[in-house]
Design a protein around this ligand. Structure first.
Ligand code: HEM
Length: 205
C-alpha cells in the first residue's frame, strides 16, 4: 500500500510542479495567472472524476486498497480546488476584495464554484477514520454530497465555456457514466461480475 500511496503522491504533485515551472520559466503565455487558474481548475475536475471512479472499480475488483487511494485522491481534488481559488484571488482579483462583489455579479458561476469547493472541504475534513466512526451511518449520507459537488463543478465549467462545449461534453459524459454505475441495479451487477468468474474457475478445478 505504501508503494501506491507514494506513487499517487508523486503523480498528483507533478502537475503542480510542472505548471509552477512553466510560469517560472516564462513559458505560461501572456497571462500566467489565468494559465494557473485554468489548469488547476481542470486538474481538480479530473481528480474528482478519478476519485469517483474508484468505488465502481473497487466493486469490480474487490481490492480494498481503492478505499485508501480514494481518500488520498479526494484530498488532492480539494487541494487543487484550493490552488484554483488561490489563483483567482491572487492573480485575477489581485487581492482587491472590494472588487469581489462586482465580479460575482458579472460572473455568478464563481458562486457555484465556491459552493462546490465548500462541499469538497466538508468531505476533506470528514474523510478520516475518527469522523467515520463518530458520524456512523451519517458519514455515508454526508459523503453523498460529492455528487452534488460534481454537478456544481460541471455547471461552473459549463458556464465558463458555453461558447465551445467540446471539452466540457467529454467531462460531463464521464461524470454521467460514473453516476449511472451507482444506480443500485447496475452497481449490484458490477459486484457480481467477479464471483461469477470465480465460480467458473471453481468448476474448472
Ligand atoms: C471558490 C471556488 C472557485 C472559484 C473562485 C473559481 C473561479 C473560476 C474562474 C474565475 C474561472 C474562469 C476562468 C476564465 O475563463 O476566465 C473558473 C473556471 C473553471 N473552474 Fe473554477 N472556481 C472555483 C471552484 C472550482 C472548483 C471546486 C472546480 C473543480 C473541482 C473548478 C473547476 C473549474 C474549471 C474546470 C474551469 C474551466 C477551466 C477551463 O476553461 O479550462 N472551479 N473557475
Amino acid at each position: 500500500m505504501r508503494f501506491w500511496r507514494c506513487g499517487i503522491f508523486v503523480a498528483a504533485l507533478l502537475p503542480f510542479l510542472w505548471w509552477a515551472w512553466q510560469v517560472a520559466a516564462g513559458q505560461a503565455g501572456p497571462e500566467p495567472g489565468q494559465y494557473l487558474l485554468l489548469n488547476f481548475g481542470q486538474c481538480a475536475l479530473i481528480l474528482l472524476l478519478l476519485t469517483l471512479s474508484l468505488t465502481p472499480l473497487m466493486k469490480l475488483t474487490r481490492w480494498k486498497g481503492f478505499a485508501v487511494i480514494r481518500r488520498q485522491l479526494g484530498l488532492w481534488t480539494f487541494s487543487y480546488g484550493v490552488l484554483h481559488l488561490t489563483s483567482y484571488l491572487l492573480f485575477i482579483l489581485g487581492l482587491d476584495f472590494s472588487a469581489l462583489g462586482e465580479d460575482l455579479q458579472r460572473r455568478p458561476y464563481i458562486i457555484v464554484g465556491f459552493a462546490a469547493l465548500l462541499m469538497l472541504l466538508a468531505l476533506a475534513v470528514t474523510s478520516n477514520r475518527y469522523s467515520m466512526k463518530r458520524l456512523g451511518k451519517r458519514w455515508k449520507f454526508l459523503h453523498r454530497i460529492v455528487y452534488i459537488a460534481l454537478a456544481l463543478v460541471l455547471l461552473h465549467f459549463f458556464w465558463v465555456v458555453r461558447a465551445d462545449m467540446t471539452q466540457w461534453s467529454g467531462y460531463a459524459f464521464v461524470g454521467v457514466i460514473l453516476m449511472l454505475l451507482r444506480i443500485p441495479v447496475i452497481s449490484r451487477a458490477l459486484g457480481r461480475v467477479r464471483p461469477r468468474r470465480g465460480r467458473i474457475s471453481d468448476t474448472q478445478h
